[in-house]
Design a protein around this ligand. Structure first.
Ligand code: PMP
Length: 413
């Protein structure tokens, strides 16, 4: 109320909504810095889940009894809430999926398998997550289409001159990650979308690491498709979103067949339900969908611009502190040009050993390839450690991470 969107967050108040953060391990309070993998669930969202099971659990769209009507209305309105959250026209453009991965598979199978063929090209970036990379790679193999990658430069930013050359009239789909889950790079999606649309290609945006922590507007980005996961934005697991431009979704074949997605069925044939239900076959994740809408409410109340600023400040601080150690390598662009995460390696200590030592101090970070194996190959490392921040993290927690990394260096010195 009256607070400028860029004012710092009241982290103390936010943390009170996340009792899990009070957990202690070996006498140390948990420092949770694995938010790019999964964020925690605030009390209002947990309450939404318990309210559903205690008060109006029923299957949707099928019954005319009171409970089914209540569940159906809440589930359908959750689509409206998500549409509003990302600037979509309405519920007809919002398909609830299991996660980001299912979103890209839906487009790859329902659109790609039917539309791609020899001579067509799918353009991605070298920093794609396996969710997109493997899916388009395999659909291209099935259809005879070719896959091309926009290269990254030394700083982990996209070579836009190369993008302009790679995207041609042969391009059918440009699939681009909005914010990299490894480099922290935030890509110029609307510029890429302009290039794609100049050549009548569609644009798929992997927004798994952007919708949770910055304002995202599908119209401004110029996305034809955009996917993200509820569990990375204060929502539960088992729910994700595929946004699709209405005119494109209308033309697409269904992905899964079965109940609920049909209009009329005979022994010989079937016709399809209206959007978005044409793409939601069978009983959906009703409670999780309703809880995702509650997560949107929670984040909007804090303010997406403030969340973005908060994360960027923490990432910049972590970047500065880690790069100050001369045996630490941080991947991706400089601290003032990245989203809220930092992937790094400590010279001569494997990322898994590092994360294990850090875990002794109750600091939770991730180690591995972060589902970007080709990118790690390009960086010349098998794995990296990654700290990723969210609304409840503090500078003091970054200090604890840095102190734990320092302990690890001394142990291996
Ligand atoms: N894309 C990006 C950028 C991600 O960070 C992730 C999660 N690590 C995914 C896709 C896949 O998300 P999910 O596992 O929820 O499908």
């Amino acid at each position: 109320m009256g607070v400028p969107e860029t004012e710092p967050l009241d982290v103390g108040r936010i943390r009170a909504d996340f009792p899990i953060l009070d957990r202690e391990f070996g006498g140390s309070q948990l420092v949770y810095l694995d938010n790019a993998a999964t964020t925690h669930t605030p009390e209002p969202v947990v309450e939404t889940i318990t309210d559903y099971y205690r008060g109006y659990n029923a299957n949707v769209h099928r019954g005319i009894h009171h409970l089914s009507q209540e569940a159906s209305i809440a589930y359908e309105e959750a689509h409206d809430r998500v549409a509003e959250f990302i600037g979509a026209v309405g519920r007809e453009e919002i398909v609830f999926t299991k996660n980001t991965t299912e979103g890209v598979n839906l487009v790859a199978y329902a659109w790609g398998l039917n539309e791609l063929g020899p001579g067509d090209e799918v353009v991605m970036t070298e920093m794609e997550h396996h969710a997109s990379l493997v899916t388009w790679q395999q659909i291209a193999k099935k259809t005879g289409a070719e896959v091309k990658y926009i290269p990254i430069d030394e700083q982990g930013t996209l070579d836009m001159d190369a993008a302009a050359e790679l995207i041609t009239d042969d391009t059918a789909m440009v699939s681009v990650i909005h914010a990299s889950n490894t480099l922290g790079t935030v890509n110029p999606v609307s510029e890429i979308a302009d290039l794609a649309h100049d050549h009548d290609a569609y644009v798929f945006v992997d927004a798994a690491q952007s919708v949770p922590n910055r304002p995202v507007d599908v119209q401004e980005l110029g996305a034809d498709f955009l996917a993200f996961s509820g569990h990375k934005m204060c929502g539960p697991t088992g729910i994700g979103v595929l946004y699709g431009r209405e005119s494109v979704l209308e033309e697409m074949e269904p992905y899964l067949y079965g109940g609920d997605m049909i209009l009329k069925v005979t022994y010989e044939d079937a016709t399809w339900n209206e959007l978005p239900w044409k793409f939601e076959a069978g009983t959906p994740n009703i409670c999780e969908g309703i809880a995702l809408a509650a997560a949107c409410d929670y984040l909007d109340e804090i303010g997406m611009e403030r969340i973005q600023k908060h994360e960027e400040r923490l990432a910049q601080y972590a970047y500065d502190e880690l790069t100050a150690m001369d045996d630490v390598e941080v991947y991706g662009p400089p601290g003032d040009q990245r989203g809220g995460l930092v992937a790094f390696n400590l010279e001569s200590v494997h990322a898994h050993d590092l994360s294990s030592i850090v875990n002794d101090y109750a600091v939770a970070i991730r180690a591995g390839d972060h589902c970007t194996q080709p990118l790690h190959d390009k960086l010349g490392v098998a794995a990296s450690a990654r700290a990723s921040f969210y609304i409840y993290n503090t500078r003091e927690e970054v200090d604890k991470l840095v102190a734990a990394v320092d302990e690890a260096r001394q142990l291996f010195a």
